[in-house]
Design a protein around this ligand. Structure first.
Ligand code: AMP
Length: 214
């Protein structure tokens, strides 16, 4: 099962992918998480990605496509995977088509998580991320049991540089310019859901959509 979650930053793709991976038993592949991990390690990819990410822009397609190419060959991907934050451009979407065709695989579901900019800004500006395992929280809607401490690994929570208000606005501009067109690219298979409800309700909608065979 290959699932793509589309939607603007802050639409909840990461939160939902993390929940549905356990239900579907397939990995969650987040290019944003992979890039943040590369930055943390100080790897050459991280160095190249850093500035683009801090300014709210996109990391060049060739870097991202190579990351995905490597990642989907992992043994854990043999029964499929959930893509979150990829593809983000038409170029990436067509590269994915080529990669999948080469493995005789196909995309099963493309789900667009539709949410207004106002909600995006509220969600992202309240988001806090764990320095250790990358789990996301929200200071109001999904707080950790103990302030600023990750429930899963006990490490400190922080606000990502690109989650600050000016960068969020820039990320939304980039989303409208580069990524929104993917709704047209996938028009034959994309399904939109309203992603402004509570976390568990959205998970239920997603799981029933994914399990429907059409
Ligand atoms: P995310 O965690 O998905 O919001 O991604 C954080 C940042 O990583 C984005 O704002 C981009 O700078 C970069 N990034 C993540 N995925 C991609 C992608 N598929 N293409 C280009 N840049 C990406």
């Amino acid at each position: 099962m290959i699932v793509i979650l589309l939607g603007p930053p802050g639409s909840g793709k990461g939160t939902q992918a993390d929940k549905i991976k356990k239900i579907l038993n397939i990995p969650h592949i987040s290019t944003g998480d992979i890039l943040r991990e590369s930055i943390k390690k100080g790897s050459p990819i991280g160095e190249k990605a850093k500035q683009h990410m801090q300014s709210g822009g996109l990391v060049p397609d060739d870097i991202i496509i190579e990351i995905i190419k490597q990642r989907i060959t992992g043994a854990d991907c043999k029964n499929g995977f959930i893509l979150d934050g990829f593809p983000r451009t038409i170029n990436q979407a067509s590269a994915l088509d080529v990669l999948l065709k080469g493995k005789s695989l196909k995309i099963d579901k493309v789900i667009n998580m539709d949410v207004d900019d106002k909600i995006v800004i509220e969600r992202i500006s309240g988001r806090r991320t764990c320095r250790g395992c990358g789990t996301n929280y929200h200071i109001k809607y999904n707080p950790p049991a103990k302030e600023n401490v990750c429930d899963k690994c006990g490490k400190e929570l922080y606000q990502r540089d690109d989650d600050k208000i000016e960068t969020i606005k820039q990320r939304l501009v980039v989303y409208r310019k580069e990524t929104h067109v993917l709704l047209d690219y996938y028009k034959e298979i994309v399904i939109s859901i309203k992603a402004d409800k509570g976390i568990d309700k959205i998970t239920d909608s997603l799981v029933s959509l994914i399990k429907t065979n059409d």
